[in-house]
Design a protein around this ligand. Structure first.
Ligand SMILES: Cc1cc2nc3c(=O)[nH]c(=O)nc-3n(C[C@H](O)[C@H](O)[C@H](O)COP(=O)(O)OP(=O)(O)OC[C@H]3O[C@@H](n4cnc5c(N)ncnc54)[C@H](O)[C@@H]3O)c2cc1C
Length: 403
């Protein structure tokens, strides 16, 4: 199937050259290791570290910071190619360079610049920590907090769970109710409580982390806001840091949609090929409409997802559009993978083909980065805000949602 997520016609010669470079690299150096990672024989970083040395983890960072100074288009091509091979590679890559990105966004190069190059080259691993045991979709329940010390430094207390790279990261962005800082895993008071076993995404190190009186130097500040006093009727002080995070959520959802489209593409390719080769009742099963109509629907949804992705990628600060894109693309990709497996019958349920892995892996995208339900919440809120409130309706309370 010639269909790709990013259409070749939109690419410059330089981009096509780059695409060839990464396609070859993935075929030679990444794909042969995927099954070993899936089986727990090697670590994902055995695959990613060599990519870091080639400037591919943080492609868009300048050369002097370990990247290649590449375009957004090349970043998308890389993300598509890695996700096509395994979502784990691109998720781990994205989470790892996140702290470097935030240092640039908050213009903290002077104090925190020393962290960027080691992260971008893969010498050090990074992660970002929003989620807590009591604060998942509803970040207003976040308890993690920074207390200013007499000497101007900060004391961090809190717990974070479901953190990608959490058990291997050297450098973390830890969000609290009142700010975000760069925290190193060797700061005293940091503890790794657990590494989770996962349904899919084998190789991804998902951690539960604890911070007890961790002293964080003031130079490590990304942003800090004094908590607003509690409002009448509310016991807790309002979270003031959450609004600062929300600008990153749209781009993250768009990025996750691209990852999902790459997975959909792979599932469709495998199912189309298999259905042409598999003969039952004296014909290739592709000649049964029960099968070929599934393919038609899968491809129609893939193309619709691509169109929505194209629109959201141009408007990544439009929360409702990004939510629509993620909701549509990840739910349809989940369905596409399930139908691909159905088309393959029993062999689809074994690991002879990667379709069962694609199905398990993509399931996360309906939860991480904001659940399907939260995407629907964001979309309907945007729709209704344009209409008059129904008679007797109370003014809506402000709710801070994660992702
Ligand atoms: C593999 C993996 C990687 C992750 N990586 C990271 C990471 O790197 N950093 C990080 O900070 N977090 C990470 N997460 C956490 C992820 O973002 C959260 O799991 C997600 O936001 C949902 O939170 P929760 O699991 O606490 O579910 P909850 O918020 O408890 O939700 C439970 C259910 O209730 C539903 N629900 C909640 N509120 C509403 C509502 N208002 N209306 C309707 N339904 C609702 C949800 O949709 C869901 O179905 C990761 C999670 C996983 C599994």
């Amino acid at each position: 199937m010639k269909r790709i997520v990013i259409d070749l016609e939109t690419l410059s010669e330089k981009d096509i050259e780059f695409k060839k470079e990464i396609d070859d690299l993935i075929a030679l150096e990444v794909a042969p290791k995927t099954q070993d990672m899936e089986d727990g024989k090697i670590n994902v970083w055995d695959v990613l570290e060599p990519l870091g040395k080639k400037g591919l983890l943080g492609l868009r960072y300048p050369k002097e910071l370990g990247g290649r100074g590449s375009s957004y288009m090349q970043e998308m091509l890389l993300s598509e190619a890695l996700s096509y091979e395994s979502l784990v590679y691109d998720m781990v890559r994205g989470s790892s360079v996140y702290p470097a990105g935030l240092i640039l966004v908050f213009r903290r190069q002077e104090t925190l610049g020393k962290y960027i190059k080691p992260i971008v080259t893969g010498e050090k691993k990074g992660c970002f920590c929003f989620t807590e045991p009591d604060a998942g979709s509803d970040l207003s329940r976040m308890k993690t907090i920074y207390r200013k010390d007499e000497d101007g430094n900060f004391i961090l207390n809190g717990e974070k769970r479901f953190i990608t790279n959490g058990t291997v990261a050297d450098v973390m962005v830890v969000y609290g109710r009142n700010g975000a800082f760069i925290v190193e895993s060797d700061f005293e008071g940091f503890e790794m409580l657990e590494e989770y076993k996962l349904m899919g995404l084998h190789g991804l190190n998902l951690g539960h982390l604890k911070f007890t009186d961790v002293k964080v130097p003031k130079e490590n500040l990304l942003f800090y806001r004094e908590l607003k006093p509690a409002t009448e009727g509310s016991q807790r002080k309002r979270t003031s840091a959450i609004s600062s995070m929300q600008q990153f959520l749209g781009p993250e959802r768009v990025a996750m949609s691209l990852q999902a489209l790459a997975v959909a593409k792979r599932a469709i390719e495998i199912a189309v090929k298999y259905s042409q080769e598999r003969v039952q009742f004296k014909k290739p099963i592709s000649e049964f409409e029960g099968i070929s109509f599934k393919i038609a629907e899968m491809v129609a949804n893939f193309e619709a997802g691509k169109a929505l992705y194209g629109k959201a990628a141009q408007n990544s600060q439009n929360p409702a559009l990004c939510a629509m894109c993620k909701l549509f693309v990840v739910t349809s990709t989940h369905k596409i993978c399930d139908e691909a497996l159905q088309i393959m019958g029993g062999i689809g349920y074994t690991n002879k083909y990667p379709v069962e892995r694609l199905l398990r892996d993509i399931r996360l995208h309906r939860i991480g980065g904001g659940t399907d339900e939260i995407m629907k919440y964001i979309i309907q809120k945007d729709i209704y805000k344009g209409f008059n409130k129904p008679i007797g309706e109370e003014t809506e309370k402000k709710v801070d949602f994660q992702f």
